[in-house]
Ligand binder design. Sequence first.
Ligand code: GLA
Length: 704
Amino acid sequence: MPIQTHANAWILETQQTAYVLGLHASGRLVHLYWGPKLPFVSDYPGDHQWTIGSRPLEEFPFNGPDMFLREEYPTSAGIKFVEPCLKTRFADGVRDTQLQFEQAEILSGAVPELRLYLRDTVYPLRLVLHYRVWEAYDLIERFVTLTNEGDTPVAVDRLWSAQWHFPLGGHYYFNHLNGRWLNEFQLLREPLIEGAKVVESRRLTTSHHHNPWFAVDRGTTTEDQGEVWFGALAWSGNWKLVAEVTEFASTRISLGLNDWDFSWRLDPGQSLSAPGSLAGYTAQGFGEASRHFHDYVRETILPHGNTPHKVLYNSWEATLFNVDEESQVHFAEIAAGMGVELFVMDDGWFHRRDSDHAALGDWWPDERKFPNGLAPLIKRVNDLGMDFGLWIEPEMVSPDSELYRAHPDWAIHYPTRPRTEGRHQLILNLGKPEVQDTLIALLDRLLSENNIAFIKWDMNRNVSEPGWADAPGDPREIWVRYVQGVYRVWDTLRQRHPRVTWQSCSGGGGRADLEILRRADQIWVSDNTNPASRLTIQAGFSHLFPAATLESWVTDMGEDFLPLDFRFHVSMCGVLGIGADLRKWSDEDITAARKWIALYKELRPVIQQGDCYRLLSPFEQPFSAVQYVSKDKTAGVLFAFLTHRLDPVPPLIVYPRGLEPERLYRIEGFEDTRSGTAWMNTGIALGLGSFSSTVRRIWNASPA
Ligand code: GLA
């Protein structure tokens, strides 16, 4: 039974774990347990009593009970100074929310759900806490819905999705992803000490700088063993994560919509839901935590599920805006000859787009470059046996564009301030329904008139002057309404064109999160395509996202010091693409590319659909390795890389993982047939010199 009740507590059990919350004698909803599943329902603990000597702590005036009770969803109420999840203001000026539990509801189904209904003690405001149990993935999904049942508006100044509590008494480490444009997903690890640590986005998108993902451990956890509590927020706009250790040594992470510059006018009868936050527990290290998320992403949220991704070519880094029918056909012919399956035309194809100074918003083919529209190019690409894909950046407008000249007021701006341009462009206010409708019409037409199989959806600047003069509610709702608008446009186009594969790009990995992956099948992880940089970017990305969502091109970046094989191997760790200037590639390069593309197609099911094991971290040393194993454990592949290291290099040993202990395997490059246990415990020695790499297939050698 995934959801049970026992002695005023609700017990949520997944395959391996349990999450328990209960109703405290004071009426508060408190967190009781999160860890391995226990044998008996009666094993789950009640709450701990805090005392000074033998007297309960709440008898002393500087510590209201809320300071040490681990509330599941604290509000700003009572004597409480921990981070609340909800802040409201009522019409009469009252600024706290005092919630009382009313009832619980358990919904069965494929994803069982516990709903807890709470209501303010004085005002007609209702809050529902939702807990969904994703049994197979050991994940709990939480979100909340706030409803104004009164007849005056309520201002919502903060609405978070969840507060996740870690077992009392521990000293924890906070692992998170940090970075910047061209260097996303860098893994950071730091001890959590008393006080609050904040990571967030204020940039309108998920951001290159931090990702709404966390993993918390007690300091000794490795890739393969140890406890990890891990989670993420499914939201593509401003978000905030607060990791807090209270003076009562209670460690918790709260996350949700960012409350910076935010307020929402909740009108009578209206509801506002916070995005979902998913979290899980494992005792098998960071690797297992990632694999839970990978399975969840592939099997439950990706629009096309486990459908394999094609090898693509894109000429952006070779041509920039300089595209036209003839030159693109030339690239397409070379690409097809190498075994490429999807030809994508990037920026530069639409009405008067010759540089980044103009044209965003005018989403029809440029008459000079494509006098007969896109059809002849697409036909040629299709005749060469490839699908055709296209780049768009729908949320943007260039001041020098027909769209802007017609609707200058559609750009996000403050009427009295100059409009700060980024890359010579402004952002359309996608909170406005008329903007959404215009984009839907323009892009629907593009997709209806052309045989387009793939769209790269880009978003190339951060926000400034976030005004909204005629906002329907509080202008600060823009942060949420904009993202809801992006979702609406994308969802509508998806629904009308269900076969199209979409990629989420925001100058690289600026919009990578669990919610965008309900629309996008894959993510353009970074504009940095230098394979040496990619090693860490891709390793960080893999903590949350599966290889099937990681588009990775072989380009000319790094060619000065990295061999082509190395560049291919790095990109083969995700969804392989090519973005190099093929006009400059020698016959040997083309032949090598053909070989790697063919091998990638063979290995693709294991890489995209199998389990990922990070064997050696590029964050820690110049020798790194990653391995993929098919779900049935009959096939695998191992990639290893050495960047610079001074000779003499000690033997480079890697220990494969994830093999079935008693099954026999062969590993490419080694003569012997050995059991999975043997390979995993004796390891394999790889002879790599500086800036070299290797790929090793792993085969089942057990008799059928
Ligand atoms: C962004 C993307 C690039 C490319 C350019 C086109 O920077 O990340 O891959 O599409 O835009 O302008």
